[in-house]
Design a protein around this ligand. Structure first.
Ligand code: FAD
Length: 387
């Protein structure tokens, strides 16, 4: 079976697949059962340099394009693993790279590239704002040469496995800004330093093994130089990074599509009921064929979005469509893979139910399907804003 994206970055793909062979189904199953962090896998990826793929060479990374990052994450997912434990280490640094000061770049990027510092916690979502990011209520108030942070984040993934956190907080009250999108600022918070001194992290037990948490800020004092870029302009900086995130996560969905399709085809060919392979029935083969076609189309959009991003052209529409189409394709592939396996799809040892749960996330996070549709309707098609 040939898949659309398998033709680029062949060397990287082969090497990532070889690395993933060391972390087969039982590894992920055991972690899933215990809700444990895949430390050995993340260490192996770090040592191989894959998490520093997008960091420019001058800071010790590989300086590869986004399309290469997409290939890495796609292969991890196609091999049955999950990049969510560390994918943010690849792209969260982009905010420092694009908007940080020379001093911040020189200080942090080489350490992140070497894997000595982990920047993979991203604090945006809050219990009362959710999708409506501009209503977030966590505040950062300048007091001398420090900011004092108060508030709460939720669904902050990997916070317990991160040295640094990119935090979006309000620096000017909502009723005092000229534009709705102003008044928020981005900070680089030293989590290890802050723990117990104004930061509390509580794990959330979730449907999937995602190391996700709630983070509480209670008079946390951070140095004023933790601010990235200009105060009150943070929302724009965060938006800049979202296209890269969407493309990379869409690539993970394409990897999931490949895994589900290959599993479904193999099982449909070997499982015999009524004396013939179940895959001979159109009721089994058509959904697999449809999911395959969907995944191929979505992969083309992922590739297109990555190419636009890498050439520095606007790619908001394509990045969003890539995420939407790839998320839908992986969910369709998951559904037909589970159905093809019948009762065995529910058995842990086939890994189908785990991957099924994992790929369901992409209908909701990092942006929900509805909000992508609202973006396309308003910003691409010119329809009235719906919210
Ligand atoms: C496992 C996991 C990991 C996550 N990791 C992170 C992380 O690391 N950092 C972080 O900041 N966040 C993270 N998130 C949060 C994620 O980005 C949000 O859950 C997501 O943006 C949706 O916000 P919400 O859950 O508050 O849903 P809500 O905003 O409450 O929305 C609920 C539902 O209503 C729909 N809805 C809302 N408004 C509209 C509208 N105007 N039109 C149509 N439909 C609408 C949404 O699409 C959604 O289906 C994570 C979430 C999960 C589940």
């Amino acid at each position: 079976m040939t898949h659309e994206k398998e033709t680029d970055f062949q060397d990287i793909r082969v090497a990532v697949r070889a690395l993933c062979e060391g972390f087969p189904g039982p590894y992920w199953r055991e972690l899933d059962r215990e809700r444990a962090y895949p430390t050995a896998f993340v260490q192996a990826l770090t040592e191989a340099g894959y998490l520093a793929a997008l960091i420019p060479e001058q800071y010790g990374g590989s300086g590869l394009p986004l399309a290469a990052g997409a290939a890495i994450l796609e292969e991890i997912h196609a091999s049955g693993g999950n990049g969510a434990a560390c994918h943010a280490q690849m792209y969260t640094m982009g905010t420092i790279l694009r908007h940080g000061s020379t001093e911040q770049k020189d200080r942090y990027l080489p350490e992140i590239a070497a894997g000595r510092l982990r920047l993979q916690a991203f604090g945006v979502t809050e219990p009362t704002s959710g999708t409506d990011t501009l209503s977030l209520a966590t505040t950062a108030v300048l007091d001398g040469d420090e900011y004092v942070v108060n508030g709460q984040k939720v669904w902050t993934s990997r916070a317990e496995h991160s040295d640094l956190m990119l935090l979006l907080a309000r620096t000017t009250a909502k009723d005092q800004v000229k534009k709705r999108s102003e008044g928020l600022s981005v900070f680089l918070v030293d989590l290890k330093e802050a723990l117990g001194k104004g930061v509390t992290i509580r794990p959330i037990r979730a449907m999937i093994n995602h190391a996700t948490t709630e983070v509480f800020f209670d008079d946390l004092r951070i140095p004023a130089e933790s601010l990235i870029g200009e105060a009150d302009k943070g929302f724009r900086y965060i938006l800049d990074g979202m296209n890269a995130e969407r493309v990379l996560i869409a690539a993970e969905c394409i990897g999931d599509c490949r895994w589900f399709t290959e599993k479904a085809v193999a099982y449909a060919g070997e499982r015999k009921v009524f004396g013939r392979p179940i895959g001979q029935n159109q009721g089994i083969q058509f959904p697999i064929a449809r999911a395959y076609a969907q995944s191929q189309a979505a992969a083309l959009m992922v590739r297109r979005a990555a190419a636009l991003f890498d050439s520095g052209e606007p790619c908001g529409a394509e990045a969003n469509m890539a995420k939407l189409l790839a998320g839908d394709a992986s969910w369709a592939a998951a559904e037909c893979c589970l159905q093809t396996h019948g009762g065995y799809g529910f058995a842990e040892e086939y890994d189908v139910e785990r991957k099924f749960r994992e790929t369901r996330l992409y209908q909701v996070a990092p942006i929900s399907t509805n909000l992508i549709l609202a973006y396309l309707a308003e910003h691409v098609l010119g329809l009235p804003r719906s919210y």
